[in-house]
Design a protein around this ligand. Structure first.
Ligand SMILES: [Zn+2]
Ligand SMILES: [Zn+2]
Length: 340
């Protein structure tokens, strides 16, 4: 008897469409954002665009088309950020875990087994562009985390290039969905300002016709749109600026908050800011390491290799070299709870 791997995937995640899409278990805010975007877009087309075309000029139709295109991109980036595998790292099988544990240097305070209280307490260091990077051992996933990876407490899995766990998109933001998250922030800002400017135009024109108070009463949808868009702009503008600065300096939110590079240079940073943006937004899209739509036999799933290429079996130095060579695909990712 076999079943899809997503059905036995460890961690706190939900899968949809037979494993094609995934998210964390906390998606209430994510669904709220989706509804808010759709409702605002519908009100915008039904009232503001109709007003402009009817009372101003049919030549204002392109304004509606711009709105349609903008709403499409906001929703697409939001769904991509929320439903894409952010870069989860498959947990180690039993035999792989033993191999990994054997690689570690014994802690000076441990017993002869190299453990304190039965828990592996060791780390390794690797060199990336002349910088010594410490790799921590994750006791939940039974492996040394690759550089920049961290264990998300909410998803309960290690994630590559962990930035943060974002309630707005209901998912971790990390190596594979950071670009969508950032583009969602930027497109949301632009569209929020665009809708607000159209709202103001409509209210000014309507006020000239029927007076300001009557305009408010006649076009309440415009007022609702204005406040929803205003809230969205306030919520994401600062975040978009913050992440723009992070991309320019090739840091993740996690690294920024922990001040990871306070005593050393950031080995992932390119000296050209434009190049940093190109790598982050247009760099190669890394493949998913979790083969969630693959099959596993029932009796095997306790020790199954969930990954297409399980990185835990790779020596940390080898893994590090791969990451270094693949700097072009390294997203300067970015925070949440780092429980382990
Ligand atoms: Zn972990
Ligand atoms: Zn998470």
């Amino acid at each position: 008897m076999t079943q899809r791997k997503w059905r036995v995937f460890p961690g706190n995640n939900r899968f949809y469409c037979n494993g094609l899409l995934m998210s964390s278990t906390q998606v209430a805010v994510f669904l709220f954002v989706i509804v808010a975007v759709i409702v605002t877009a519908c009100l915008f087309f039904a009232f503001d665009c109709r007003f402009l075309i009817q009372y101003v000029h049919p030549g204002t139709i392109p304004l509606a088309l711009i709105g349609l295109l903008g709403a499409f991109y906001v929703l697409m980036f939001l769904l991509k950020a929320g439903c894409t595998d952010p870069g989860f790292i498959p947990r180690a099988r039993q035999d792989e875990a033993h191999y990994n544990q054997g690689l570690g240097e014994p802690d000076p305070n441990t017993t002869s087994t190299g453990y304190v209280g039965g828990t592996p307490s060791k780390y390794r260091t690797v060199e990336i562009h002349g910088q010594q990077i410490k790799l921590k051992y994750c006791v939940t996933c039974n492996m040394f985390r690759p550089p920049r990876a961290s264990h998300c407490g909410l998803c309960n899995n290690c994630v590559e290039n962990f930035d943060h766990h974002c309630p707005w998109v209901g998912n971790c933001v990390a190596k594979r969905n950071y670009r969508y998250f950032y583009l969602f922030l930027v497109s949301m800002c632009i569209m929020g300002l665009y809708v607000m400017s159209i709202n103001i135009t409509v209210m000014v024109l309507a006020s000239r016709m029927v007076g300001f108070v009557n305009a408010l009463k006649t076009y309440p949808a415009t007022v609702i749109e204005f406040f929803i868009s205003g809230f969205a702009v306030i919520a994401v503008f600062g975040l978009a600026c913050y992440h723009t600065q992070l991309i320019a300096t090739m840091k993740t939110t996690n690294e920024e908050i922990k001040n990871t590079f306070r005593t050393s240079q950031n080995p992932y940073r390119q000296h050209n800011v434009l190049k940093n943006f190109c790598i982050t937004i247009c760099g190669p899209f890394p493949p998913s390491l979790i083969d969630r739509r693959g099959f596993v036999k029932d009796e095997e799933h306790h020790g199954v290799d969930y990954g297409a290429t399980n990185p835990i079996m790779m020596d940390p130095e080898q893994r590090s070299m791969q990451d270094t060579a693949d700097t072009s695909s390294q997203l300067p990712l970015t925070t949440s709870t780092d429980n382990n």
